[in-house]
Design a protein around this ligand. Structure first.
Ligand code: ATP
Length: 356
């Protein structure tokens, strides 16, 4: 009998309380259809955890995560947390502790939802644990400091190991897709930092002779992403560039509600995490687009199905994708951000119906 998967549910903040339960409901329905056994483990995180357990990432949550195959993390609204030591942003800690060094962010066109083209199908693989992000590129202290009122220094960390492993994840993904990888950087200016990233990409390219490799400078890529996104398949880049470019890519296909993501690492665990934040402006209104979270969850089960060798989980993921694609065709079901007249509930209902 196939292994029972243990998957955590961490709702996060704001619209997380609306879209994470939807993603779980859809996954439960698909799992039932394909006989995938899942033990769901709800765990406190974020503002509610601060209020009830005294910490936005309670130690017991962190401990439980170590017993799971993976988890769904809702968006975190850390900017609204009170300024106190226990109110931390949990993402960087989770990504670091579980060595989730690659953030896989797909962008795909669907008909009639406001995409700029109908043939976009690319994936940006963003390095997750170093780069310019001051909350995760130091062991102790912050990667930003201010020697005087006039000067601020932000340190960008690029390592050979970090560059190599994210590039390897991207090459592997390229092999599963259209065998085309583009690495994006600015080694014309950051000769050492981006230079090292490029060196590692180039070294790996010789190990993947079946993958066509392109090398594009980040500013050119930002322009080409708008002009000819159909010419890209898998794109790998450093942390900050990937953060910005994946939001730009989402803008081409209907906005942040259409931006899913999966954090992967050395093979042990996986974290489904949509690209967008907690959208406090629309929280509680029942209008958030659940696509990003459903699709991130689908990616999680596809990944677990392959890594744990559970073909039923792969089939379940495919069914989730087919159902979402079908639901997106209905303007009465779709949410307002993607040319729809519906809301979170109508879209959920349409996906569940399409699953049957
Ligand atoms: P962060 O810095 O935490 O990533 P952000 O500043 O990028 O957050 P988001 O919360 O990601 O901001 O969202 C920006 C805006 O996009 C939101 O205010 C909301 O209007 C819209 N948005 C984001 N996610 C969704 C969604 N799932 N459905 C509909 N609209 C969304």
């Amino acid at each position: 009998m196939a292994k029972k998967l243990r998957v955590g549910i961490l709702e996060g903040d704001d619209i997380g309380h609306e879209i994470v339960p939807v993603a779980v409901e859809v996954a439960k329905a698909a799992a039932l259809l394909y006989g995938v056994e899942i033990e769901w483990v709800p765990l406190p995180i974020g503002r509610r955890a601060l209020d009830t357990r005294g910490h936005t990432l309670p130690p017991e949550t962190l401990e439980s995560l170590h017993t799971l195959d993976g988890w769904i993390l809702g968006p975190i609204g850390h900017r609204a947390y009170p300024k106190q030591p226990n109110a931390i942003n949990p993402h960087p800690i989770l990504r670091k502790q579980f060595n989730l060094f690659a953030n896989v962010r797909p962008t795909r066109s669907y008909p009639d939802i406001g995409c700029i083209r109908d043939d976009i199908d690319l994936v940006i693989v963003r390095e997750n644990n170093e780069g310019f992000q001051p909350d995760r590129n130091m062991l102790v202290g912050s990667g930003e400091f201010r020697p005087s009122d006039e000067i601020t220094l932000s340190v960008r960390v690029i390592t050979r190991t970090g560059s190599r492993r994210v590039a390897q994840a991207a090459f592997e993904l390229a092999r599963q897709r259209r065998n085309h990888l583009t690495y994006v950087h600015k080694d014309t200016v950051f000769k050492l930092g981006c230079g090292m990233f490029v060196e590692e990409c180039k070294k790996l390219a010789s190990e993947y002779p079946d993958v066509l490799v392109d090398d594009v400078i980040v500013d050119t890529f930002a322009m080409r992403l708008v002009r000819d996104p159909q010419n890209f398949d898998v794109v790998v880049t450093t942390n900050m560039f990937g953060d910005i470019l994946s939001d730009e890519a989402a803008g081409l296909v209907g906005g942040l509600g259409m931006a899913p993501g999966l954090c992967i690492g050395d093979g042990d665990v996986v974290m489904a995490q949509a690209t967008h934040g907690s959208a406090p402006d629309i929280a509680g209104k029942g209008i958030a687009n659940p696509y990003s979270m459903i699709e991130s969850t689908r990616m999680l089960f596809d990944w677990l199905g392959h890594s744990r060798k559970i073909p039923e989980a792969v089939a379940m993921a495919k069914a989730m994708s087919d159902a979402t694609t079908l639901a997106l065709l209905d303007p009465n079901a779709r949410t307002g951000d993607i040319n729809g007249r519906g809301n979170t509930a109508s879209m959920t209902k349409a996906v569940l119906q399409a699953l049957k």
